[in-house]
Unconditional design. Structure first.
Length: 287
């Protein structure tokens, strides 16, 4: 029973980190209809900025996280205006080729500027300890990641379902021309949505750096993982992405605990099984 509870705690922490990073990709794919394979590159940028701010500039953890999110969003603005706007509504193959190209460019620039080494983000004393759960202890940072995931999920659900911006976003997705005719500035809606997705990627890249280390080929190493989470959960679904992260996180963590020699075999086996049963994802919508 202690092993089961330990697996559950680690799976929850890992799943929440995946959720915080990949939910931005779910937004761009499900709500904006953009296959953004460069999403992981923006998470990497956030991690690099936070590492530089904390280690080289001596900034505190909170300030480094804030600088990482704001800095990544600022960097993404010209990329969105000059490149992404050209592929809104374009065929999916065009989007894939464009965003893969952006990924390799960002990797090259990041390695040139920051160097091709693993980047660490020093944790404050408050996040370095552990919390005793009775049956085991859990790192305070992992508990922090779980709380961040829950807050992000609730905030996004409220924004999309209960605010006027969410109404405009859903209207722009369903019928952009009609929404524009009714006075919705769809280009601004898309730009804000893209900025939110990028900001979440950067935030997740920093918060999850202990579980998904920030290294030179981070964007490529985890590209498939983030895409798989969105596909399994259903693009555009917050609840689906959260459920997918928890399920896949549990399966992956269990496999690594009990049969580590199999690596990610059980993770991708579960993906195949779920996609066969739920072709549009666990909570996917019909197009």
């Amino acid at each position: 029973m202690q092993t089961v509870l330990s697996i559950a705690v680690d799976a929850l922490a890992y799943g929440m980190v995946l959720f915080v990073i990949s939910i931005g990709l779910s937004i761009t794919m499900g709500l904006m209809r953009v296959v953004n394979l460069a999403h992981g590159a923006f998470a990497m940028i956030g991690g690099y900025i936070a590492s530089y701010a904390a280690r080289d500039l001596g900034m505190g953890y909170a300030a480094a996280v804030l600088l990482a999110v704001v800095g990544t969003v600022i960097i993404s603005i010209p990329i969105e205006r000059l490149l992404y706007r050209r592929i809104y509504g374009a065929p999916e193959l065009t989007q894939v080729l464009m965003t893969i190209g952006i990924t390799f460019c960002i990797i090259g620039i990041a390695n040139y500027v920051f160097g091709p080494t693993l980047k660490t983000i020093p944790l404050p004393n408050e996040l370095q300890g552990s919390v005793n759960l009775g049956f085991r202890t859990i790192g305070t940072h992992r508990l922090f990641a779980i709380i961040c995931g829950l807050i992000v999920a609730l905030a996004l659900w409220y924004t999309i379902e209960k605010t006027s911006f969410g109404v405009k976003l859903r209207a722009s997705v369903d019928n952009a021309s009609m929404a524009a005719a009714l006075g919705v500035r769809t280009e601004i809606v898309y730009a804000v949505s893209f900025a939110v997705a990028v900001g979440l990627a950067a935030f997740g890249g920093v918060v999850g750096a202990e579980l998904l280390p920030v290294e030179p080929y981070y964007a490529l190493r985890y590209m498939v993982t983030f895409l798989v989470v969105v596909s399994v959960g259903g693009a555009g679904s917050i609840s689906g992405a959260l459920l997918a992260c928890l399920v896949l996180g549990c399966i992956d963590t269990t496999g690594r605990y009990l049969m580590p020699e199999y690596g990610e075999f059980f993770f991708y086996l579960a993906v195949i099984a779920i996609v066969c049963v739920f072709p549009r994802g666990l909570a996917g919508r019909a197009k």
